[in-house]
Design a protein around this ligand. Structure first.
Ligand code: CTP
Length: 221
């Protein structure tokens, strides 16, 4: 493990989630979300480069662990919740950039799903709701900082504000759908304090650096 460094003075303990989650239907099939994990890995890299102690909780992605970052690999939303709860206990900041699956199959079959063998042209899958990791952890966050992401269509700002309130986050990073699997992104960072900051067509590394700055508020004069 490369993350066992002593944090620098003023450094923060940061938990970042990244990538999709997977919910298995059977041993070879799963439900998942589109997500490269690049934004979360860029945030982890930027925070570690600033001297923070970073725990990166990653769903299944093909990305290298940034230098100095402690990585925990998970598969399902419930695995991710358990890993986030454990890491957040001793952290100052949580940044939820993972694309967590909202639903999982009510049952995971031990063998392959062979529904088609009965000659039927349709099949249905019963789904149950996954826990909301951000909302669960934010409930008891105290003065720790929690940052969420939102990918919205339509009236994005209004929806993102409502999501921030509903989930109890301090900030929400509103992403344009163009961010998916692309090198550049445009985001609006909205805060509980009413703040709104637009960052247009920047690399994910630049956006990551701006987010990390948010977690290091300037000391009061
Ligand atoms: N999130 C989470 N747990 C979930 C679903 C989402 O922690 N089960 C987090 C994401 O990591 C993100 C934020 O919540 O930081 C918003 O995710 P999004 O998918 O936009 O929100 P949903 O709650 O799924 O809302 P909807 O799909 O209805 O827009």
């Amino acid at each position: 493990m490369s993350g066992a460094r002593r944090p620098k003075p003023g450094a923060r303990r940061v938990v970042v989630t990244a990538g999709p989650t997977r919910e298995h239907v059977d041993p070879v099939r799963f439900l998942s979300n589109e997500s490269s994990g690049r934004m979360g890995f860029a945030i982890a890299r930027a925070a570690a480069a600033r001297g923070d102690h970073v725990t990166l909780i990653a769903g299944p992605v093909h990305l290298e662990t940034p230098p100095g970052v402690e990585r925990v690999d998970v598969v399902s939303a419930r695995d991710m919740l358990a890993a986030v709860k454990a890491a957040f206990e001793r952290a100052d900041v949580l940044i939820m950039s993972a694309a967590v699956g909202d639903w999982r199959p009510a049952r995971k079959l031990a063998g392959k799903w062979r529904k088609k063998d009965d000659g039927s042209e349709t099949a249905s899958l019963e789904l149950v709701k996954n826990p909301d990791i951000l909302a669960t952890v934010a409930r008891d966050k105290g003065d720790r900082l929690v940052i969420g992401f939102a990918l919205e269509t339509g009236d994005g700002l209004r929806r993102a504000r409502a999501k921030m309130k509903r989930k109890g986050a301090d900030y929400v990073v509103l992403n344009d759908a163009s961010a998916l699997n692309s090198e550049r992104a445009s985001v609006t960072i909205i805060g509980r304090d009413g703040s709104e900051r637009r960052i247009d067509a920047r690399s994910k590394d630049e956006i990551a650096a701006a987010l990390v700055e948010l977690t290091h508020p300037a000391p009061a004069q």
